[in-house]
Design a protein around this ligand. Structure first.
Ligand SMILES: Cc1cc2nc3c(=O)[nH]c(=O)nc-3n(C[C@H](O)[C@H](O)[C@H](O)COP(=O)(O)O)c2cc1C
Length: 119
């Protein structure tokens, strides 16, 4: 079945290893019939969550950056691929910051299999 795939690129070098792997993955996924879109977090700066909880009271995120414009892409994706170099044995700060911002679009799951948490 045709899927809508969003690739979030957390590498710093536009032609680095991460970018090359993203290109190869995108070519393969497109050849398999899927729709693929890539977003670079260098071109679209996304800051980390401040934990202010404004979003928990129905207010928009206080951070002013590219995340708001990326929300429709996140919500319409069937699959999100995080493409990151290994930085100090984990994902890059850009990818981590992007994931943190899911807090402001998460909805409470009343039937969570593992107790409290959002989906
Ligand atoms: C800030 C920084 C931290 C890194 N930390 C690690 C690491 O912990 N382990 C590792 O094997 N390589 C590490 N590397 C090497 C990168 O993972 C590697 O060069 C990778 O190919 C960079 O991705 P890019 O080619 O897309 O820029 C680090 C590189 C940088 C710049």
């Amino acid at each position: 079945m045709r899927k809508n795939i969003l690739i979030v690129m957390g590498g710093g070098r536009p032609r680095g290893n991460t970018a090359q792997l993203v290109d190869a993955f995108a070519r393969g996924a497109e050849a398999a019939g899927h729709m693929v879109e890539s977003v670079s977090l260098v071109k679209n700066e996304v800051k980390g969550c401040l934990g202010c909880n404004a979003c928990r009271y129905g207010k928009p995120c206080v951070q002013r950056d590219a995340f708001n414009s990326l929300i429709p892409k996140v919500k319409s994706a069937d699959c999100i691929v995080f493409a990151s170099p290994l930085y100090f044995w984990t994902v890059s700060a850009r990818i981590k910051a992007f994931i943190e911002r899911f807090y402001c679009i998460a909805e409470e799951d009343p039937d969570s299999p593992l107790g409290r948490y959002e989906r």
